[in-house]
Write a protein that binds this ligand. Structure first.
Ligand code: ACM
Length: 740
């Protein structure tokens, strides 16, 4: 088997090498090849390259390290080379002798350790070549790419290769030939629900580039705010932005900054729904009489443009012409999602229009609207993209379908000949673990498709219509202070899914590398690690945050929209500076503990036992320190029960771990306690009335129950069987009631 992998790998390397030689923009979306895990098991590369071979030795870094960009490159590559050099120097503290290079004052190729070459300047466009070949030997490093964008991607890989030992810093010798699996690897940032200032965008662009992502999808307007200056329709920002918007000069600055990192910027103007802000400014375009007021809650709302009013098209024609001229990208997103049709149904003029034109549903009317908007967008030489609701029988084949409600729509769109993109599975606002997003593959092997999806079996040509995917950072309960911790590091796992061969999917290894990537992103200027302490210091009223850190290590914010149950618990101006904002998905203490428990019950070791006991004792004792801190910080009161529950369940864990067996009364008492903690947490998640627990849940409950189960197999088997039966009964009851 291993031999087979090796032969496959060397064959692939040969084929890939020739593929790199000829200039090619073809993407490899198949799952057939990937580097042998052995080759990258000790490296911290993310995303894993398409092909990688370790060779003997290493290149040792000294202060005489130099680099050079071969003739013909544009400033973008020189800038990236300078940034690379300074980042490398910053990590190693070597005080490199080389200063700043430029087109005008280059370094001679002969004298350089690292030679960077790109055959041409890359276009900031879909399908541009991003491949590169990177070779590290003990004497020299070469980075060759078709385009300078490929060279930028290769520089990020080289930085990730940096390693160290007692003798200093080095790059391990490698041969890497790399290219992305999908041409569209995006991050959507919602700047409407909470405005995201320019520095937030820039640092996230830095992080995207580090993870080889190439599209910033900019969600610029929604019910809660219009965030971009229009000179044609100035009331949009005068009346509907609370003074928080990007000027056109700032938009150009962001587009340039992204282009310098090989990243496209695609705007989204969500119509005809999600239109409250627009209608606050121009109520005459609405389907209801108005007036409209700015939305401060989260949810789906009724305000919608009137598609039967010709002035709506005049307005959008002028607005989109202005916006299309600002954004050079070929793609233009018109939203099109979540129009509930309420105002259309209650407007007699609109109803009469539908009847006259034989439109049976509001979706028919929306398709009419979409097809008219498509003409407007086409006139600007753009391609129209929309969320999957726009995929109806009569929507033009020129539209691009953005799948978000379910993956089925992705395959359906491709099978009908539409270009399409996946965001279902990449909703990072749901606060799910990175492993969940990592599993979501836009094009998994056919055997792994669900039965519903299988009816859309695709030809190789149709598979190419699947462009890739985008992580979506919806910002209802996310602020500039917390946005990085909602995006990173989890989005790095999505970036890998979209760049690396599909066969790279070992979750443990992903988490191993994600840990390194995470602190490297912090080094790059992201705030996902550092802001956690800022929030905890605020909660501790300047006191020692040790106890809060320990608590935060085993809890996570409620998931899948339960934190803001019903969308009404938080307004856009609520405080987002509390425990749920300091904590994030994949709480490390809990994740490591769960793994230890899993290993321990399968095959106990003294080492795991000691580690678990240490953690449990720390969590148990933490409540005393928490209570002390709470005295000087009343805002912590809402976490008191949570902290005491963490302490109590940790005591149970400590008892369980020392028991080789337990009697029925002990087992039942401890199991009942854990269940009560869990049930009360679930009840709070589904309530919109309480902030007790700070809208956070404990992530070690199941693992502690596993330790309790380990003391009495008979009772635990019985308990698990009873629970499964109850779940099955509930499922059947729901099914017969017609719920899904
Ligand atoms: C969406 O999440 N409404 C596209």
């Amino acid at each position: 088997m291993r031999l087979l992998i090796k032969i496959t790998l060397s064959l692939f390397l040969t084929v890939f090498f020739f593929a790199c030689k000829k200039e090619s923009s073809e993407q490899n979306t198949t799952n057939s090849s990937s580097p042998d895990k052995k080759e990258f098991a000790t490296l911290n590369l993310m995303p894993v390259p398409a092909a990688l071979k370790r060779t003997e030795g290493s290149y040792r870094l000294t202060k005489t390290f130099t680099l050079n960009v071969k003739d013909g490159a544009e400033p973008r590559l020189y800038n990236a080379a300078n940034t690379f050099l300074r980042r490398l120097d910053g990590r190693t503290g070597l005080f490199f002798l080389q200063g700043v290079i430029s087109k005008e004052i280059p370094q001679t190729v002969e004298n350089s350790v690292l030679t960077i070459s790109a055959r041409r300047t890359g276009k900031i466009a879909l399908y541009e070549d991003e491949s590169y070949a990177l070779t590290v030997t003990a004497e020299k490093i070469t980075l060759d790419a078709v385009t300078d964008i490929g060279a930028l991607r290769g520089l990020e890989t080289l930085l990730q290769l940096l390693d160290s030992d007692e003798n200093g810093y080095y790059f391990p010798c490698v041969e890497i030939k790399d290219q992305p699996r999908f041409p569209w690897r995006g991050l959507m940032i919602d700047a409407s629900r909470h405005f995201m200032p320019i520095d937030v965008l820039k640092r996230n662009i830095d992080a995207m580039a580090a993870m080889k992502m190439n599209v910033l999808h900019f969600h610029l307007c929604d019910n809660q705010g219009w965030r971009i200056e229009s000179k044609v329709y100035p009331k949009l920002t005068q009346l509907a932005s609370d003074g928080q918007y990007y000027t056109q000069i700032q938009i150009k600055e962001i587009i340039q900054y992204a282009a310098d990192h090989g990243i496209r910027v695609m705007p989204e103007f969500d119509v005809p729904g999600h239109a409250t802000a627009l209608l606050v400014a121009y109520p005459e375009l609405g389907s209801a009489p108005g007036p409209y007021v700015m939305e401060r809650n989260a949810g789906i709302f009724d305000p919608v443009l009137d598609p039967t009013n010709e002035q709506t098209y005049v307005f959008l024609d002028k607005l989109f012409a202005e916006m299309a001229a600002l954004f050079p990208d070929e793609y233009f997103h018109i939203g099109g999602d979540e129009n509930n049709g309420v105002h259309w149904k209650s407007n007699p003029k609109i109803q009469a229009f539908m009847q006259k034109n034989d439109m049976k549903t509001t979706m028919d009317l929306q398709t009419y609207f979409n097809n008219r908007i498509l003409k407007t967008i086409k006139k600007q030489n753009k391609k129209m993209m929309g969320w999957e609701e726009i995929l109806t029988e009569t929507i033009s084949k020129d539209a691009i379908i953005h799948s978000w409600l379910g993956k089925e729509s992705l395959f359906k769109a491709a099978s009908k000949g539409y270009q399409t993109l996946l965001s279902n599975g990449y909703y990072i606002d749901l606060m799910l673990p990175a492993s969940e997003h990592y599993k979501a593959d836009p094009l998994p092997p056919f055997e792994e498709w669900s039965e519903k999806e299988k009816k859309y079996k695709l030809t190789p040509e149709q598979e190419k219509l699947i462009l890739g995917g985008e992580a979506t950072m919806w910002a209802e309960i996310v602020t500039p202070m917390t946005v990085d911790s909602r995006i990173w590091p989890r989005t790095a796992a999505i970036a890998e899914r979209l760049w690396s061969p599909g066969a790279v999917k070992d979750e443990d290894d992903m988490y191993r590398r994600l840990e390194v990537v995470s602190f490297r992103l912090d080094e790059l200027g992201l705030t996902h690690i550092k802001n956690k302490d800022v929030i905890l210091r605020n909660l501790a009223n300047g006191g020692n945050i040790h106890a809060l850190r320990i608590l935060a290590d085993v809890i996570e914010p409620y998931k899948v929209y339960t934190r803001n149950n019903g969308g009404l618990m938080y307004k856009s101006y609520s405080p987002f500076t509390l425990m749920a904002d300091a904590t994030s998905s994949d709480a490390k203490g809990a994740r490591v503990f769960r793994k230890q428990v899993e290993r321990y019950v399968a095959s106990p070791t003294a080492e795991d036992k000691e580690e678990m006991k240490k953690s449990l004792a720390q969590w148990k004792d933490n409540h005393t320190a928490f209570l002390k801190l709470m005295k000087g910080s009343p805002v912590l009161k809402q976490l008191e029960k949570l902290s005491s529950n963490v302490s109590d369940v940790s005591s149970i864990g400590l008892e369980a771990i020392e028991k080789s067996s337990s009697d029925e009364s002990w087992y039942n008492e401890k199991t009942a306690f854990i269940k009560a903690v869990k049930d009360s947490s679930v009840a709070k998640q589904h309530s919109d009335k309480t902030f007790e627990d700070g809208r956070c849940e404990i992530k070690i409950l199941d693992a502690i129950q596993t330790l309790v189960d380990n003391t009495n197999k008979d009772l635990s088997n019985k308990r698990i069987t009873t629970e499964k039966e109850a779940e099955e009964k509930k499922r059947k009851e729901k099914e017969s009631a017609g719920e899904h």
